[in-house]
Design a protein around this ligand. Sequence first.
Ligand SMILES: Cc1cc2nc3c(=O)[nH]c(=O)nc-3n(C[C@H](O)[C@H](O)[C@H](O)COP(=O)(O)OP(=O)(O)OC[C@H]3O[C@@H](n4cnc5c(N)ncnc54)[C@H](O)[C@@H]3O)c2cc1C
Length: 401
Amino acid sequence: MIDFEIPADLAALRDKIRQFVIDEIVPYERDPRLTQHGPTDELRQEMIAKARKAGLLSIQVPRELGGMGLDHIGHAVALEAAGWSTLGPVAMNCAAPDEGNMLILSKIARPDQIKEFLQPVVDGHQRSVFAMTEPDGAGSDPAQLSTEAVFNGNDYVINGRKWLITGANGAKTWIIMARVAPNPHGPDGPTLFLCDGNTPGIEIERVMNSMDRNYVEGHAVVKFNNLRLGPDQLLGEVGNAFQYAQMRLAPARLTHCMRWIGAATRAHSIAIDHARTRTAFGKPLGEHQGVGFMLADNEIALQTCRLAVWNACWMMDKGEAPKGFSARHQSSIVKCFVSEELFKVTDRCVQILGGIGVTDETVVEMIFRDMRPFRLYDGPTEVHKFAIARTLMRHGTAMVA
Ligand SMILES: Cc1cc2nc3c(=O)[nH]c(=O)nc-3n(C[C@H](O)[C@H](O)[C@H](O)COP(=O)(O)OP(=O)(O)OC[C@H]3O[C@@H](n4cnc5c(N)ncnc54)[C@H](O)[C@@H]3O)c2cc1C
């Protein structure tokens, strides 16, 4: 039976999160420590302390690490509530990149690595990065990975340059993707490493100026200059980086959707309020069909996005995708659809607000800017469409329920 009812305990959690975000976190949206490079670590720590006190820190991790052991549907409901403010997920320690990094580390790190590199992130004491994208190499096509790790039998010596690395400044837990060069001592290929951000050889060139401000410490250009790591600093097996990255990306795409649905719903609520109270040509804006249709389109898009996410979560909770199709195919469909629709929703909200829509008189302007990059990260829309089409060409049939 397909059942869309939210269980009472999950509804109570959602309401608690929503109230926490409204009462405790929304006031920080005008804090000067929310800079062009995102919230500073000091601001993050202050908000994290509030979530910890409220019992809402890192709720998404498995129970054994201190989380609530939610299933995917549980995540969808809770993270949407957290997303009401773009700072909500930061406060609750369920924002990117930490949230996805916690997931991959909980799946493949050794017990000693969990103790040193994962648990402090879960507890909110340290931050993490996932360093894959390169100016001249890996991006949409990770196979272009050019950062190289040369193994001499004792150490891996890593050289390369990355950019758009979120939260790099000040992070301690570093997951680095590099290609182990063919060598006589063991296997080669795309590989993940796990190390401390203070290791000599990791150089932060600069933090880039970007249009979004919701990720802690922004996005950095990073250089690996003879970074020397031992075999005990491998994360998982040599040669398996792409499989591990997919393990992180398929659910991480959905959690981005969940958080951004929350933010877009907030923008929509502000637009509804404006359309009811501001008048033009003798009546409230919302009674003009042009505006009413924009409100209706937003409502349709938000509810459709929510249901698409819930459907993918339901499949993942069952551990099944429709015959012959993978969870990755489903998460590509959802990420692609939701990121495009939510962009249109927030754009319409700006339009309904008129001139003030592009000012910081309301939070809609910030939501619009913060959300725009979502159409690019964790796979640009075109790359997901490319992957979906490739699957269809291989199968020769559409996915049916
Ligand atoms: C805010 C933000 C945060 C990020 N954080 C991180 C991070 O923490 N760690 C990290 O490693 N990376 C991060 N990234 C990088 C992100 O993963 C890449 O931007 C993304 O994978 C796309 O790669 P690219 O920027 O190199 O674009 P490119 O690969 O150069 O692609 C550019 C454009 O070409 C088009 N294109 C590419 N391939 C195809 C295709 N097959 N068919 C049709 N069109 C295509 C698409 O329109 C695409 O947008 C972040 C990016 C952003 C914007």
